[in-house]
Design a protein around this ligand. Structure first.
Ligand code: ATR
Length: 288
């Protein structure tokens, strides 16, 4: 009698470069915690080789898919045989899941991660009424705008240095609930009366200049969220905290966005928890 060999499930995070990815630490913590025999590792692959690499892996026993990061998110979108609602709405795929029939499912979990992070914050339950302000109009802003729509915001104001990029997001992702505001008008037309301010720009990230914004028009009870997580307390969050605004840092978005992928690839006994221990492990890896 032959015993069918059971392949160890494995997934990767694909990027170029990829060495700074926190995803292996994050998924590694969960694999260990739930005693799952599986592997999750970083896979550096150039844009030229991305599609052929995926093709090869798809024929490898145990391959379950993985995360996709810069610069492969568009190629992953094109390559996926089917896409979930979030990926279609945002226009990018960050999670690939190999289906049993051999097809590849392309999903986007960034908006989910962003929304879950906000909902998990103590201040979320007592958030004020009002509109949301999104600073920035890059790839991250697309996921954030979509998430804000799913959270029920029907007035989302996008402020960006380059107006055309903000207009494009508004058109492609905004579902008629967004307005584009020039930086010169941000105090009167965006910050005034806001319930939530989110930074999606790269400003404030380690190695980048700080995001300098005059917060005086922002209501004192508005939640301020920075999706930058290194440093954990950005200059924006420090300024917001100093004047009394509730703040939410960006690490939780990264942690929460990993949950749906882990569930799909490794079939854990329970939904993996985003808790203090996971946060501690990832922060230690960042040296924070
Ligand atoms: P991501 O995919 O992480 O969102 P991105 O697509 O490079 O990154 O977008 C970066 C965002 O930060 C953009 O909104 C960018 O503004 P522009 O669209 O005008 O380029 C914003 N950003 C980056 N550096 C900036 C700076 N020095 N001043 C103002 N905005 C800046």
């Amino acid at each position: 009698m032959t015993v069918a060999s059971k392949s160890v499930p494995f997934a990767h995070v694909f990027g170029y470069p990829i060495r700074h990815s926190l995803s292996p630490v994050l998924h590694g913590t969960w694999l260990e915690r739930y005693r799952i025999e599986g592997r999750y590792t970083a896979y550096e692959v150039s844009p030229d080789d991305f599609v052929s690499t995926l093709g090869k892996l798809a024929r490898t026993p145990g391959f379950r898919g993985g995360n996709v990061t810069v610069p492969h998110k568009e190629a992953a979108f094109a390559l996926a045989d089917e896409k979930d609602e979030a990926a279609l709405a945002i226009g990018a795929v960050n999670t690939l899941v190999m289906l049993e029939d051999g097809r590849i499912s392309g999903r986007n979990t960034d908006a989910y991660g962003f929304a879950e992070n906000l909902k998990a914050a103590d201040c979320w339950a007592s958030r004020p009424e009002g509109h949301a302000v999104v600073l920035g109009a890059g790839g991250a802003a697309r996921a954030v705008v979509h998430a804000l729509i799913t959270l029920g915001f029907d007035d989302i104001r996008i402020v960006n240095r380059t107006m055309e990029r903000a207009e494009r997001i508004s058109r492609e992702v905004g579902q008629g609930r967004t307005h584009v505001i020039p930086i010169s008008q941000q105090n009167e037309e965006a910050l005034d009366g806001a319930a939530l301010l989110v930074n999606t720009t790269t400003l404030g990230m380690v190695g980048q200049p700080a995001l300098e914004i005059d917060l005086k028009a922002l209501p004192i009870n508005a939640i301020v969220n920075d999706i930058v997580y290194n440093p954990l307390e950005t200059y924006l969050l420090k300024m917001a905290k100093a004047r009394g605004n509730p703040t939410v840092d960006g690490l939780g978005m990264l942690l929460h966005q990993a949950v749906p992928g882990f569930v799909a690839w490794f079939d854990p006994p329970e939904t993996p928890a985003v808790d203090a221990e996971l946060r501690k492990r990832v922060l230690a890896h960042l040296g924070l």
